[in-house]
Design a protein around this ligand. Structure first.
Ligand SMILES: [Zn+2]
Length: 310
Protein backbone atom coordinates (compact mmCIF):
# COMPACT_ATOMS: atom_id res chain seq x y z
CA UNK A 1 0.00 0.00 0.00
CA UNK A 2 1.33 3.37 -0.87
CA UNK A 3 1.23 6.36 1.33
CA UNK A 4 -2.26 7.61 1.68
CA UNK A 5 -3.72 10.89 2.54
CA UNK A 6 -5.63 11.40 5.63
CA UNK A 7 -7.94 12.19 7.29
CA UNK A 8 -11.13 12.77 9.10
CA UNK A 9 -10.19 16.41 9.48
CA UNK A 10 -11.05 17.05 5.83
CA UNK A 11 -14.48 15.52 5.66
CA UNK A 12 -17.37 17.79 4.66
CA UNK A 13 -18.98 17.24 8.04
CA UNK A 14 -16.26 19.37 9.53
CA UNK A 15 -17.62 22.38 7.73
CA UNK A 16 -20.32 22.31 10.34
CA UNK A 17 -18.44 23.52 13.33
CA UNK A 18 -21.02 22.32 15.81
CA UNK A 19 -21.00 18.76 14.49
CA UNK A 20 -17.35 18.21 15.38
CA UNK A 21 -18.39 17.33 18.87
CA UNK A 22 -18.22 13.84 20.27
CA UNK A 23 -21.01 11.86 18.59
CA UNK A 24 -23.79 10.07 20.40
CA UNK A 25 -23.72 6.27 20.07
CA UNK A 26 -26.94 4.31 19.85
CA UNK A 27 -27.35 0.51 19.92
CA UNK A 28 -29.26 0.56 16.66
CA UNK A 29 -27.92 -0.80 13.37
CA UNK A 30 -27.46 1.61 10.48
CA UNK A 31 -30.16 -0.04 8.39
CA UNK A 32 -32.70 0.59 11.15
CA UNK A 33 -31.62 3.98 12.44
CA UNK A 34 -33.04 5.99 9.55
CA UNK A 35 -36.56 4.83 10.34
CA UNK A 36 -36.14 5.46 14.05
CA UNK A 37 -34.68 8.96 13.75
CA UNK A 38 -37.92 10.85 13.28
CA UNK A 39 -37.79 14.62 13.74
CA UNK A 40 -38.74 15.61 17.27
CA UNK A 41 -38.40 12.12 18.69
CA UNK A 42 -36.19 11.62 21.75
CA UNK A 43 -32.91 9.77 21.22
CA UNK A 44 -33.55 8.09 24.56
CA UNK A 45 -34.68 8.97 28.05
CA UNK A 46 -31.38 7.78 29.52
CA UNK A 47 -29.09 9.01 26.78
CA UNK A 48 -26.90 11.90 27.85
CA UNK A 49 -25.56 14.80 25.86
CA UNK A 50 -21.78 14.42 25.50
CA UNK A 51 -21.45 18.20 25.44
CA UNK A 52 -23.32 19.30 28.57
CA UNK A 53 -24.01 15.84 30.07
CA UNK A 54 -27.72 16.53 30.52
CA UNK A 55 -29.75 13.32 30.40
CA UNK A 56 -32.72 12.79 28.11
CA UNK A 57 -32.36 16.14 26.32
CA UNK A 58 -31.38 14.86 22.87
CA UNK A 59 -33.96 14.98 20.12
CA UNK A 60 -33.59 13.89 16.50
CA UNK A 61 -33.60 16.85 14.12
CA UNK A 62 -34.75 14.98 11.03
CA UNK A 63 -31.57 16.02 9.24
CA UNK A 64 -28.35 14.22 8.50
CA UNK A 65 -24.82 14.61 7.16
CA UNK A 66 -22.99 12.29 4.83
CA UNK A 67 -20.01 10.35 6.05
CA UNK A 68 -17.69 7.98 4.26
CA UNK A 69 -17.34 4.53 5.72
CA UNK A 70 -15.56 1.39 4.57
CA UNK A 71 -17.61 -1.74 5.06
CA UNK A 72 -17.14 -5.39 4.21
CA UNK A 73 -19.26 -7.16 1.67
CA UNK A 74 -21.23 -10.08 3.01
CA UNK A 75 -19.50 -13.33 3.91
CA UNK A 76 -16.12 -11.80 4.71
CA UNK A 77 -15.64 -10.38 1.23
CA UNK A 78 -13.68 -7.40 -0.04
CA UNK A 79 -13.92 -4.00 1.58
CA UNK A 80 -15.97 -1.37 -0.20
CA UNK A 81 -16.41 2.37 0.43
CA UNK A 82 -19.89 3.68 1.02
CA UNK A 83 -21.49 6.96 1.93
CA UNK A 84 -23.75 6.73 4.92
CA UNK A 85 -26.26 9.23 6.18
CA UNK A 86 -25.47 10.05 9.77
CA UNK A 87 -28.52 11.44 11.49
CA UNK A 88 -28.29 14.48 13.75
CA UNK A 89 -29.73 15.27 17.14
CA UNK A 90 -30.11 18.55 19.00
CA UNK A 91 -29.63 18.98 22.72
CA UNK A 92 -32.53 20.83 24.30
CA UNK A 93 -30.29 22.23 26.99
CA UNK A 94 -27.00 23.32 25.40
CA UNK A 95 -28.35 23.41 21.80
CA UNK A 96 -25.40 21.37 20.53
CA UNK A 97 -26.04 19.58 17.27
CA UNK A 98 -24.58 16.10 17.47
CA UNK A 99 -24.10 13.17 15.18
CA UNK A 100 -25.84 9.98 16.18
CA UNK A 101 -23.74 6.95 15.34
CA UNK A 102 -25.21 3.51 14.70
CA UNK A 103 -23.47 0.66 16.47
CA UNK A 104 -21.31 -0.14 13.43
CA UNK A 105 -19.54 3.22 13.53
CA UNK A 106 -16.90 4.44 15.92
CA UNK A 107 -16.25 8.14 16.29
CA UNK A 108 -13.53 9.50 14.00
CA UNK A 109 -12.86 6.14 12.33
CA UNK A 110 -13.46 5.59 8.63
CA UNK A 111 -13.61 1.80 8.77
CA UNK A 112 -16.68 0.24 10.32
CA UNK A 113 -16.39 -1.74 13.52
CA UNK A 114 -17.15 -5.05 11.72
CA UNK A 115 -14.15 -4.38 9.46
CA UNK A 116 -11.91 -3.59 12.41
CA UNK A 117 -13.18 -6.68 14.19
CA UNK A 118 -12.61 -8.91 11.19
CA UNK A 119 -9.04 -7.80 10.54
CA UNK A 120 -7.97 -7.73 14.17
CA UNK A 121 -9.46 -11.20 14.59
CA UNK A 122 -7.50 -12.59 11.66
CA UNK A 123 -4.26 -11.17 12.95
CA UNK A 124 -4.50 -12.40 16.55
CA UNK A 125 -5.31 -15.94 15.49
CA UNK A 126 -3.13 -18.32 17.56
CA UNK A 127 -2.07 -20.23 14.44
CA UNK A 128 1.71 -19.62 14.14
CA UNK A 129 1.35 -19.77 10.37
CA UNK A 130 -1.38 -17.17 10.36
CA UNK A 131 -1.02 -13.96 8.33
CA UNK A 132 1.08 -11.00 9.34
CA UNK A 133 -0.06 -7.39 9.15
CA UNK A 134 0.44 -7.02 5.42
CA UNK A 135 -1.12 -10.33 4.42
CA UNK A 136 -4.07 -9.64 6.67
CA UNK A 137 -4.95 -6.33 5.04
CA UNK A 138 -4.06 -7.36 1.48
CA UNK A 139 -6.69 -10.06 1.59
CA UNK A 140 -9.45 -7.47 1.69
CA UNK A 141 -8.99 -5.80 -1.69
CA UNK A 142 -8.15 -2.33 -2.94
CA UNK A 143 -9.86 -0.47 -0.13
CA UNK A 144 -7.95 -2.28 2.57
CA UNK A 145 -6.42 -0.15 5.31
CA UNK A 146 -2.67 0.35 5.45
CA UNK A 147 -0.99 -2.37 7.44
CA UNK A 148 0.15 0.29 9.90
CA UNK A 149 -3.51 1.20 10.45
CA UNK A 150 -4.22 -2.38 11.47
CA UNK A 151 -1.21 -2.19 13.76
CA UNK A 152 -2.71 0.91 15.40
CA UNK A 153 -6.13 -0.67 15.75
CA UNK A 154 -4.59 -3.60 17.56
CA UNK A 155 -2.69 -1.23 19.82
CA UNK A 156 -5.74 0.94 20.52
CA UNK A 157 -8.17 -1.88 21.16
CA UNK A 158 -5.57 -3.68 23.24
CA UNK A 159 -4.89 -0.62 25.36
CA UNK A 160 -8.63 -0.09 25.78
CA UNK A 161 -9.05 -3.68 26.98
CA UNK A 162 -6.18 -3.13 29.38
CA UNK A 163 -7.73 0.11 30.64
CA UNK A 164 -4.68 2.11 29.75
CA UNK A 165 -5.37 5.56 28.43
CA UNK A 166 -3.17 7.92 26.51
CA UNK A 167 -3.08 11.61 27.35
CA UNK A 168 -2.00 14.87 25.77
CA UNK A 169 -2.58 13.92 22.14
CA UNK A 170 -2.88 16.32 19.24
CA UNK A 171 -5.43 16.69 16.43
CA UNK A 172 -7.47 13.62 15.54
CA UNK A 173 -5.72 11.55 18.18
CA UNK A 174 -6.71 14.12 20.78
CA UNK A 175 -10.34 13.93 19.65
CA UNK A 176 -10.43 10.15 19.76
CA UNK A 177 -8.79 10.18 23.14
CA UNK A 178 -11.33 12.71 24.39
CA UNK A 179 -14.13 10.53 23.07
CA UNK A 180 -12.72 7.58 24.98
CA UNK A 181 -11.70 9.02 28.32
CA UNK A 182 -15.29 9.18 29.54
CA UNK A 183 -15.85 5.51 28.97
CA UNK A 184 -16.45 3.20 31.90
CA UNK A 185 -13.59 0.93 32.93
CA UNK A 186 -13.47 -2.41 31.16
CA UNK A 187 -14.06 -4.13 34.50
CA UNK A 188 -17.52 -2.55 34.56
CA UNK A 189 -18.26 -3.81 31.04
CA UNK A 190 -17.14 -7.30 31.97
CA UNK A 191 -19.12 -7.34 35.20
CA UNK A 192 -22.26 -6.29 33.36
CA UNK A 193 -21.65 -8.83 30.61
CA UNK A 194 -20.95 -11.60 33.10
CA UNK A 195 -24.51 -11.25 34.36
CA UNK A 196 -25.55 -12.54 30.96
CA UNK A 197 -23.39 -15.65 31.02
CA UNK A 198 -22.43 -16.12 34.66
CA UNK A 199 -19.04 -17.05 36.03
CA UNK A 200 -17.90 -18.84 32.90
CA UNK A 201 -17.51 -15.50 31.24
CA UNK A 202 -15.27 -14.16 34.00
CA UNK A 203 -13.10 -17.27 33.63
CA UNK A 204 -12.85 -16.68 29.90
CA UNK A 205 -11.77 -13.12 30.53
CA UNK A 206 -8.97 -14.35 32.82
CA UNK A 207 -7.78 -16.92 30.29
CA UNK A 208 -4.38 -16.76 28.69
CA UNK A 209 -4.43 -16.16 24.94
CA UNK A 210 -1.49 -17.32 22.93
CA UNK A 211 -0.15 -15.02 20.24
CA UNK A 212 2.56 -16.32 17.89
CA UNK A 213 5.91 -15.13 19.19
CA UNK A 214 6.96 -13.63 15.87
CA UNK A 215 4.13 -11.09 16.04
CA UNK A 216 5.59 -9.17 18.94
CA UNK A 217 8.97 -7.93 19.97
CA UNK A 218 8.06 -6.22 23.19
CA UNK A 219 6.13 -7.10 26.30
CA UNK A 220 3.73 -4.24 25.77
CA UNK A 221 2.88 -5.34 22.25
CA UNK A 222 2.31 -8.91 23.45
CA UNK A 223 -0.07 -7.58 26.10
CA UNK A 224 -1.94 -5.54 23.51
CA UNK A 225 -2.38 -8.49 21.16
CA UNK A 226 -3.44 -10.81 23.95
CA UNK A 227 -5.95 -8.24 25.12
CA UNK A 228 -7.38 -7.98 21.60
CA UNK A 229 -7.68 -11.75 21.40
CA UNK A 230 -9.43 -11.72 24.78
CA UNK A 231 -11.96 -9.09 23.70
CA UNK A 232 -12.75 -10.91 20.46
CA UNK A 233 -13.06 -14.31 22.16
CA UNK A 234 -15.33 -12.81 24.80
CA UNK A 235 -17.49 -11.31 22.10
CA UNK A 236 -17.78 -14.67 20.33
CA UNK A 237 -18.83 -16.26 23.62
CA UNK A 238 -21.50 -13.65 24.22
CA UNK A 239 -22.84 -13.36 20.69
CA UNK A 240 -21.93 -16.56 18.84
CA UNK A 241 -24.83 -16.41 16.45
CA UNK A 242 -24.00 -13.29 14.46
CA UNK A 243 -21.27 -12.57 11.91
CA UNK A 244 -19.87 -9.66 13.94
CA UNK A 245 -19.83 -10.57 17.63
CA UNK A 246 -17.80 -7.55 18.78
CA UNK A 247 -20.17 -5.18 17.00
CA UNK A 248 -23.12 -6.97 18.59
CA UNK A 249 -21.50 -6.75 22.04
CA UNK A 250 -20.69 -3.10 21.45
CA UNK A 251 -24.35 -2.40 20.69
CA UNK A 252 -25.48 -4.41 23.71
CA UNK A 253 -23.21 -2.35 25.95
CA UNK A 254 -24.34 0.95 24.40
CA UNK A 255 -27.88 -0.03 25.32
CA UNK A 256 -26.82 -0.32 28.97
CA UNK A 257 -24.14 2.33 29.40
CA UNK A 258 -25.14 4.83 26.65
CA UNK A 259 -21.52 5.26 25.63
CA UNK A 260 -19.44 3.75 22.84
CA UNK A 261 -18.17 1.00 25.11
CA UNK A 262 -15.54 -0.51 22.80
CA UNK A 263 -14.39 2.72 21.22
CA UNK A 264 -10.64 3.05 21.40
CA UNK A 265 -8.08 5.72 20.62
CA UNK A 266 -5.56 5.40 17.84
CA UNK A 267 -2.60 7.47 16.79
CA UNK A 268 -1.21 7.35 20.27
CA UNK A 269 2.35 6.70 21.34
CA UNK A 270 2.78 3.06 22.15
CA UNK A 271 5.08 0.36 20.92
CA UNK A 272 7.08 0.86 17.74
CA UNK A 273 5.75 -0.80 14.62
CA UNK A 274 6.96 -4.38 14.80
CA UNK A 275 6.95 -5.92 11.38
CA UNK A 276 8.79 -8.59 9.40
CA UNK A 277 10.14 -7.48 5.98
CA UNK A 278 7.56 -7.46 3.16
CA UNK A 279 7.23 -10.72 1.31
CA UNK A 280 9.14 -12.69 3.88
CA UNK A 281 7.90 -15.80 5.52
CA UNK A 282 7.16 -14.44 8.93
CA UNK A 283 7.94 -17.73 10.61
CA UNK A 284 11.46 -17.75 9.25
CA UNK A 285 11.99 -14.07 9.65
CA UNK A 286 14.23 -13.65 12.58
CA UNK A 287 15.81 -10.52 11.24
CA UNK A 288 13.80 -7.57 12.42
CA UNK A 289 12.43 -5.38 9.72
CA UNK A 290 12.89 -1.68 10.08
CA UNK A 291 14.89 0.26 12.56
CA UNK A 292 12.62 1.08 15.42
CA UNK A 293 11.19 4.51 15.64
CA UNK A 294 10.59 6.21 18.87
CA UNK A 295 7.00 6.85 19.75
CA UNK A 296 4.18 6.60 17.27
CA UNK A 297 4.27 5.08 13.86
CA UNK A 298 4.52 7.68 11.12
CA UNK A 299 3.22 5.63 8.23
CA UNK A 300 0.16 6.58 6.29
CA UNK A 301 -3.23 5.75 7.65
CA UNK A 302 -6.71 5.20 6.36
CA UNK A 303 -8.92 6.20 4.65
CA UNK A 304 -8.17 5.68 0.95
CA UNK A 305 -8.00 8.77 -1.24
CA UNK A 306 -11.35 7.99 -2.78
CA UNK A 307 -12.94 8.68 0.58
CA UNK A 308 -11.39 12.05 1.13
CA UNK A 309 -14.18 13.73 -0.77
CA UNK A 310 -16.66 12.67 1.84
ZN1 LIG B 1 -26.24 19.34 25.74
Amino acid sequence: MGRRGCSNTRTPGNRYANTRLIPVPVPIAYDELGAVAVKGKSVGAEVFCPQCEAVGTLVFTGSWVERGVVVQEGGGGALIPQVWRVVLARCGRCRARLRVLPRELLAFKSFSLPVIEHLCGRYVDPDPQGPGLRRTVWSTGQYAPAHSTLWRWLAGLGERALDRWPGGRQGAAKRTSRACTRLPPVAALIAESARRLGQGFQALWQRHFRIPDWKHQSERRREQLEACARVLAAARRLFPEGPHPLCAWHGWLIDRFHVAAWAFPTGMPCTSLELPPPGSDALRSEAKSKPRKKGRCHEARAPPRSLLAF
